[in-house]
Design a protein around this ligand. Sequence first.
Ligand SMILES: NC(=O)c1ccc[n+]([C@@H]2O[C@H](COP(=O)([O-])OP(=O)(O)OC[C@H]3O[C@@H](n4cnc5c(N)ncnc54)[C@H](OP(=O)(O)O)[C@@H]3O)[C@@H](O)[C@H]2O)c1
Length: 279
Amino acid sequence: MTDLVPRIALNQGPLIPQLGFGVFLVDPAMTQKTVESALEVGYRHIDTATGYNNEAQVGAAIRASGLKREDIFVTTKLRNDHHKARDIKGAYQRSLDALDIGYLDLYLIHWPMPLVGYYVEAWKLFEGFLAEGTTRAIGVSNFKIPHLQRLMAETSVVPALNQVELHPVWQQKELRAFQDQHGIKAEAWAPLGQGRYPLDSIPAINAAAAAHGKTPAQVMLRWHMQEGIIAIPKANSREHQAANLDIFDFELTPAEMAAIQAADGGHRLAVDPDDVNSD
Ligand SMILES: NC(=O)c1ccc[n+]([C@@H]2O[C@H](COP(=O)([O-])OP(=O)(O)OC[C@H]3O[C@@H](n4cnc5c(N)ncnc54)[C@H](OP(=O)(O)O)[C@@H]3O)[C@@H](O)[C@H]2O)c1
């Protein structure tokens, strides 16, 4: 299964597996087991964050897996309270220490926190982490177009990707078009909608699922793959972990893709990043 996941070239060089595994809301007490299971099932891309309180357990799972470090792509993120306290270097070192896997593949600013007004300065420190080689790429999360415009105008490294809420009901078409112009990849958090709508509530997705003998969740993830979006679904159960990887043996037709594109609700379902300015 691992070999079937496409790898996408980031603008800073590294290749990222297009389908990864997210660990938001995975209980720290269960995280090592859950990530070990995900690695056994075939994931080679793990998305954590300091704010998820499970970096150490992700690192322990990776070390216990017996896999080569270079075969796993690991992302973590700067937590808002550390960002707000301008404790960027300290937070980064604590993430490296907690994961204890030698280096990061990708370090993200978790939220821009525009009212705090420090993301440009934080990014300049991120550029230093990239230059020193302790992370292979740097990027952002929850950035809207004005945040990206300001970042690119005032700094020198273009973010490798922007991890944002993105799923069939909130497709982020305008942001993705902007990012395409600047070589910034789109990465979807909540690719399955995070439980904000029933997975079987979109007729176009149900029709495609029936046509291909797949579940609505598998069609949603396949839609991301064919759109060129990186997706990091979370799943506690091994059954869902395996099902979410089993999406490389069918292809949505252009008509099915168009029908899902037309299902875009045109508005986000989770919080607006402009309204997040603290933990
Ligand atoms: N940057 C950010 O601000 C941000 C914000 C949120 C999330 N994220 C990242 O994105 C990742 C994914 O987002 P998310 O976890 O919020 O939402 P999600 O992946 O869209 O949805 C996860 C939910 O879907 C269920 N699920 C998974 N596979 C399924 C399947 N095949 N059939 C039916 N249900 C299924 C899971 O249940 P079970 O667990 O019971 O299987 C869980 O309840 C996170 O884990 C995190 O790494 C980032």
